[in-house]
Write a protein that binds this ligand. Structure first.
Ligand code: NAP
Ligand code: HSE
Length: 328
């Protein structure tokens, strides 16, 4: 049986999740895909710390070790920031590797470029994990777009902020306590300012805009307001009135062809579809011409939901390469 060699760039919450799922599902994946997968290298910034027992011999701090691995075919990327992530993935696709990324900071800005480069090199880019964690919004939207036009996308795109707002309301926690807990649970970004300021939801919105409309609004024109502006007193006052704060991102293509985007807190009442979406959950509603409005909800962050959709991307890519559709 053929072996596919893979590398994992980044071995924090998401990278470790990928490793665990690949191990736990090894036999099933081998049976379904007809290939053995071997994790050959893991890139970190500090290789002296063994995060998962039995992985020390795979770890390196040097990207050259990754690309010098003979027969490397797949690169999972779960590091942070635009660079060096983009340069690493560019190098990977130029070396004819399929790439699967969770990195929305990089993909919002460089995703279109990376996909064009991958196409020219005959390899695939999986980016399901870059938006809404375990919610399969990318593959759902790609399918919808085969027949429908999407005119508007609205939703909760950040798990950390929804978790914080939920705990402030339902448990009476302070903002600081809820954020610490979101960090402990592996939901928050390495720099959680990205979550609470709305920048993380903004990047995800831009990725959805590229997919839905083939373009993004000018980033400078998109108003981005975080939840760091909301006090415990405001949350309590809203609860008294039967209202809930949600952090909502929306992008729409207007009739004149312009694209409008916004990220901001919104007070919703019990009739609003986002009212029951609590905890780390995300929800995305797409307005389409034939289906009408379609909504999809699920865990928006965390080790296993995120890593799971990355392994799904792997299965889909390997299935496509072999010319069949994989059903797990
Ligand atoms: P994390 O726990 O902070 O882990 C990041 C990992 O990347 C660490 O292992 C770190 O190495 C490594 N790293 C960072 N910069 C590096 C560099 N320049 N070179 C080599 N290694 C580098 O982060 P995470 O939560 O797993 O998130 C990883 C990515 O997935 C981010 O882009 C994030 O936005 C995205 N994401 C996260 C989630 C989630 O729920 N956490 C969900 C969806 C998408 P050290 O261990 O040596 O520090
Ligand atoms: N920090 C992000 C969130 C991770 O809380 O939504 C998932 O992209």
């Amino acid at each position: 049986m053929a072996t596919i060699k893979a590398a994992i760039l980044g071995f924090g919450t998401v990278g470790q999740g990928i490793y665990h799922i690949l191990n736990e599902k090894r036999e099933e994946l081998r049976e379904k895909l007809g290939v053995e997968l071997e994790v050959a290298k893991i890139l970190v910034t500090d290789a002296s710390r063994e995060r998962v027992p039995g992985t020390k011999h795979l770890m390196t701090e040097n990207i050259d070790d990754v690309f010098e691995e003979t027969g490397l075919q797949v690169v999972f990327e779960a590091i942070v920031n635009e660079e060096p992530a983009y340069s690493y993935l560019k190098c990977a696709v130029e070396n004819k590797c399929h790439v699967i990324t969770a990195n929305k900071v990089m993909f919002a800005k460089r995703g279109e470029e990376l996909q064009a480069l991958a196409k020219a090199n005959g390899v695939f880019v999986g980016y399901e994990a870059s938006v809404a964690g375990g919610v399969p919004i990318i593959k759902t939207m790609k399918n919808i777009l085969l027949v429908n036009d999407v005119s508007r996308v609205q939703g909760i795109l950040n798990g950390t902020t929804n978790y914080i707002l939920t705990k402030m309301r339902a448990e009476g926690w302070s903002f600081e306590h809820a954020l610490l807990e979101a960090q402990r649970l592996g939901y928050a970004e390495a720099d959680p300012f990205n979550d609470v300021s709305g920048q993380d939801a903004f990047k995800k919105l831009m990725i959805l805009s590229s997919l839905a409309f083939g373009e993004q609004p000018d980033w400078a024109d998109v108003e981005v307001i975080g939840i760091d502006t909301i006090s415990s007193e405001q949350v309590a006052a809203a609860t008294e009135k039967g209202l809930r704060y949600r952090h909502v991102a929306e992008v729409e293509k207007r009739e004149d062809g312009t694209i409008y985007g916004k990220v901001a807190p919104l007070l919703v009442d019990a009739e609003h579809p986002l009212y029951p979406v609590d905890d780390v959950f995300n929800a995305v509603a797409m307005e389409t011409n034939y289906i009408g409005t379609l909504s999809i909800t699920g865990p928006g962050a965390g080790m296993y939901p995120t890593a799971s959709v990355m392994v799904e991307d792997y299965a889909e890519i390997i299935g496509k390469r072999a010319g069949f559709v994989v059903t797990i």
